[in-house]
Design a binder for this molecule. Structure first.
Ligand code: SAM
Ligand code: NAG
Length: 218
């Protein structure tokens, strides 16, 4: 009985060793796969975007989309989503009566996916997805803007929006708030939270700085 112990232990050790090696192999394989995906699927549109401005694709949750739409309630007309991913916010906005609903997305695969989703929902031709760099588009005519990007780019985006957006614009940010702005409404909790900002209430907004914060969204 006692004789069996060392053998058993050894056998166990061996399988453990193999297990560890297996894990290493799997990890390496997964790493390669992720890297290949990054290069092949995510990079193409981003070649000209500086590394520090590159934002990964994370789709908004159902609750996040709902919170964003609830902060946009009461507004009409056109809506723009900066970094529209698979187009879920744009599509939802169209279904809430926003038209034209436009998404800007650099990744060509996501643009195609978004168009497919729109087609499947029967809204082909009703929403539009443009493969353009959001840092290069002129936002001076946008009044209803939604964004879900990363904290690393929000202070730069804050500046662009301040410089370009008209006074009566409303910006709704999902998941991450703008670092220096005062939100007029907040909806939801945790990762699903969304913040609404009235442009004329922001401290450094170029056109009118002395107006009271207001949120005509209810
Ligand atoms: C966090 S995801 C959000 C996707 C979508 N708005 C949603 O809520 O599901 C951010 C998206 O912005 C896109 N993006 C990042 N930088 C961009 C840029 N400079 N121009 C256009 N799109 C960009 C990314 O490709 C990614 O799909
Ligand atoms: C955004 O919302 C406002 C307020 O409802 C509306 O007047 C405007 O036409 C909308 N769209 C655009 C593109 O400004």
């Amino acid at each position: 009985m006692d004789d069996d112990m060392p053998n058993e232990a050894l056998a166990e050790l061996r399988t453990k060793h193999l297990g560890v090696w297996g894990v290493v192999q799997i990890a390496a394989g997964t790493g390669l796969a992720v890297y290949a995906m990054w290069v092949g699927l995510l990079q193409p549109g981003f070649r000209k975007v500086p590394l520090k401005l590159q934002v990964p694709y994370i789709p908004a949750s159902k609750a996040q989309v709902k919170n964003v739409m609830s902060l946009m309630r009461g507004r009409t007309g056109g809506l723009v989503d900066l970094g529209s991913g698979d187009g879920r916010i744009v599509l939802e906005a169209y279904q809430h009566g926003f038209a034209p609903a436009v998404g800007y997305e650099l990744n060509p695969w996501l643009v195609q996916l978004a168009r497919f989703h729109a087609w499947r929902a029967g809204h082909h031709g009703k929403v539009s997805y443009r493969q353009e760099d959001l840092w290069k588009i002129d936002l001076s005519k946008c009044k209803n803007v939604t964004v879900f990007l990363a904290p690393s780019v929000l202070s730069l985006l804050q500046k662009k929006l301040q410089d370009e957006l008209p006074n009566d614009a409303l910006v709704v940010a999902g998941r991450f708030p703008f670092p220096d702005w005062n939100p007029c409404r907040i909806e939801g909790h945790g990762v699903d939270r969304a913040w609404a900002y009235n442009m004329q209430a922001q401290p450094h907004h170029t056109s009118q700085k002395n107006q009271k914060p207001q949120c005509k969204t209810v």
